[in-house]
Design a protein around this ligand. Structure first.
Ligand code: 6PG
Length: 245
């Protein structure tokens, strides 16, 4: 079940809609709390959004007050072509004036990935300090079988209720991941799903057609359907190809 859906005619207008709404969110967060925290999505879809942020929105976003986290990471070196950090750096972070101390990649240079997950949780806890543990914006993509971040269907990571970051092995390449978990994702003030292309049409339809009870009970069979911030909003940004409309 998906409540708030915004459909754009094509991907270009989809990314502009997301850029406009994230700008409004960022300015509101800075006005209310003096800073804007965002967890970036990985994969390929968001690169065009990040490029838009780095160009048309370069002068408009409050980059000096922005704190960048990641929703998930592939457990590869930071300069590996599969790295979400590398994708974000090459499309956004190298082009906007965010103070380096305000960019928090998920480190992938620990011998044990679980140590990396625990380290990232400490990074998040240090950022929040005594303030509310709510990221202002979590950007999320959608996999063809309903995964989001690196939370895949039937994964034990979906049952995690305490830890904010875990290191699952997933049925996609690269298999070793780091991912935020539902306890921290569902504390977000706002979650934006950004989904484009006809390849996502079936999974979008499946999630949209889930009975209300499944979504409300948090028992959606799809990890993306379990993103339900306790006091935040979820907005699904789709292009027409993904929405099937
Ligand atoms: C990742 C992402 C993942 C992604 C979906 C969609 O690390 O791969 O975080 O959740 O958002 O797999 O990926 P595409 O945008 O490439 O379709």
């Amino acid at each position: 079940m998906i409540q708030d859906v915004r459909v754009s005619p094509d991907a270009k207008q989809l990314f502009r809609a997301v850029a406009e709404d994230s700008l409004a969110l960022a300015l509101q967060a800075v006005a209310e709390r003096g800073r804007f925290s965002v967890a970036l999505a990985g994969g390929s879809t968001p690169a065009a959004l990040y490029a838009l942020w780095a160009s048309d929105y370069r002068q408009r976003m409050p980059w000096d007050r922005t704190f960048v986290f990641f929703g998930d990471e592939r457990y590869v070196p930071a300069d590996d072509p599969a790295s979400n950090y590398r994708m974000a750096r090459e499309s956004l972070l190298d082009y906007v004036p965010i103070p380096p101390a305000q960019i928090f990649p998920m480190r992938t240079d620990y011998t044990n990935p679980d140590d990396a997950a625990r380290g990232y949780e400490q990074t998040l806890r240090g950022f929040f300090g005594s303030q509310s543990r709510a990221l202002d914006l979590v950007l999320l993509g959608l996999g063809p079988e309903g995964h989001t971040a690196s939370l895949f269907p039937d994964s034990p990571a979906l049952q995690e209720r305490e830890r904010w970051v875990v290191a699952p092995v997933v049925p996609a390449k690269p298999q070793q991941r780091l991912t935020l978990t539902l306890p921290i994702l569902n504390q977000a003030r706002t979650a934006f799903f950004v989904v484009a292309g006809a390849a996502k049409r079936e999974i979008v339809r499946a999630i949209r057609n889930e009975p209300d009870s499944a979504a409300h009970g948090g028992t959606s069979q799809y990890p993306a359907g379990r993103i339900r911030p306790v006091s935040g909003q979820v907005v699904w940004y789709l292009d027409q190809a993904a929405s099937g409309s």
